[in-house]
Design a protein around this ligand. Structure first.
Ligand SMILES: NC(=O)c1ccc[n+]([C@@H]2O[C@H](COP(=O)([O-])OP(=O)(O)OC[C@H]3O[C@@H](n4cnc5c(N)ncnc54)[C@H](O)[C@@H]3O)[C@@H](O)[C@H]2O)c1
Ligand SMILES: [Zn+2]
Length: 385
């Protein structure tokens, strides 16, 4: 948004992208110089044989492997504590995070606590991690959160129904291995929710007050790749070209928002997931059209660009109006089978005041292009209900 914006960026030391690139894992392991890795993943990925596949590669490379597979969507403080205890007992010296955002975020939290101790709640907020964490090799299986290149770990504190964010550049994984073959096993509903989440990362970063020419470049390419391929990918996850575009797009979107932050969609979706267990991508997708409408007032010409990236209409548009983007987003949600309102996913009105209070605590509120008061957020939740 701001051509004068000063900016900085660091991306993980080594990002590798390619169909079938999982076979490069031994090179990463060698470079990582750790003779015992701790694999963090979930039972969903175990059930499709992926966990075993990774373990076999590690063992064949002559490296010892221990595992923690109890990660659940919207992972909790208790899951992190359990994983840290096992990590410490194992004697491992590095971590492989295999999965969507949930295993990757748990891995980052384990990486912090294994070095500096305490509870993950003590590191909540910005820049509280004192120094380097356990080296992480991130292998995403969704496209996706972009967590393999972000400085965030999002963990649910069940004691207060709150999704806390640890934000520190120390959390950036040392390696990211992006093999689009790994996202092809996702059911359509997960591909849709994760795909829209990635698109929202790019959109929110693109209109963020903290955007820079660097984050814009990443966000625009992400929107181009995801916009042109999300429908195709959800329709057929075995479509290699679409899978490659989604995986790269999700990664670029992650890089964009790691540096430009997000906005009201993410600020408001975290409480929805914390109170009602709604999957992250689903909560975001439902909120998106309402927030896009709200932010239209602050648009500085970027809505038309976003519209052109995601629209199925190929003819150039005359007299573009921001409402056209809002309509297009609703159509995308509908095409991909996303519920149209929060009440459809079990959200109830009585929690709106508390959810709004919690949303206001998010750093993403300050990055949203249009300023928001508590009252605005309450209104927006009512509209999305
Ligand atoms: N750290 C960040 O920067 C960041 C950014 C956005 C979201 N998040 C967090 O990430 C979490 C959401 O992650 P997610 O949306 O990737 O989902 P997830 O990791 O919670 O996984 C959801 C389900 O999909 C299954 N799954 C994953 N990949 C699969 C595959 N290839 N084939 C079949 N099944 C597969 C898993 O087994 C799981 O049951 C939320 O907690 C969210 O807050 C973090
Ligand atoms: Zn997200």
């Amino acid at each position: 948004m701001n051509q004068q914006q000063a900016y900085q960026f660091t991306i993980p030391q080594n990002v590798h992208f390619g169909l079938g690139s999982l076979k490069k894992l031994p090179d990463f392991l060698k470079d990582n110089a750790s003779d015992h890795v701790f694999l963090i993943s979930d039972h969903g990925l175990e059930s499709i044989g992926l966990v075993k596949k990774i373990k076999d590669i590690v063992i064949d490379a002559g490296i010892k492997v221990s595992e923690y597979l109890e990660v659940k969507p919207n992972p909790t403080v208790a899951i992190v504590d359990e994983a840290v205890a096992l990590y410490k007992k194992s004697g491992a010296t590095s971590i492989i995070a295999l999965g969507g955002g949930s295993p990757m975020d748990v891995a980052k939290a384990v990486g912090v606590l294994a070095v500096y101790g305490g509870k993950i709640t003590e590191y909540e907020g910005a820049h509280k991690v004192p120094g380097p964490i356990i080296p992480i090799i991130a292998i995403p299986t969704t496209a996706g959160t972009g967590s393999e290149v972000t400085a965030f770990s999002v963990i649910t504190d069940e004691s207060r129904n709150y999704k806390l964010t640890v934000f520190s550049y120390e959390l950036l994984p040392k390696y990211a291995l992006l093999d689009p073959k790994l996202i092809m096993t996702a059911p359509a509903s997960i591909a849709a929710a994760c795909g829209i989440d990635a698109l929202i990362h790019a959109m929110e970063a693109y209109v963020s007050r903290d955007s820079s020419p660097f984050s814009d470049a990443m966000a625009e390419k992400a929107m181009e790749l995801i916009g042109a391929n999300i429908r195709r990918f959800v329709a057929n996850r075995k479509d290699e070209e679409a899978a490659c575009a989604m995986m790269a797009g999700s990664n670029f979107a992650g890089i964009a928002f790691a540096w430009a932050r997000l906005g009201n969609v993410h600020a408001m979706s975290h409480p929805v997931s914390a109170f009602f267990g709604v999957p992250h991508g689903v909560a975001n997708s439902i909120l998106l059209p309402v927030i896009a409408q709200y932010n239209a007032l602050a648009d500085q010409g970027r809505y038309e660009k976003i519209y052109n990236y995601i629209s199925v209409e190929k003819e150039p548009v005359n007299n573009f109006k921001p409402e056209m983007l809002v309509r297009e987003i609703r159509k995308l949600n509908e095409d991909l089978g996303i519920p149209s309102c929060l009440s459809e996913v079990g959200v109830t009105e009585d929690k709106i005041p508390q959810m709004a209070e919690d949303a206001m605590k998010s750093g993403n509120i300050a990055a949203n292009p249009r300023s928001s008061t508590l009252k605005d957020i309450i209104n927006l939740y009512h509209q999305a209900l």
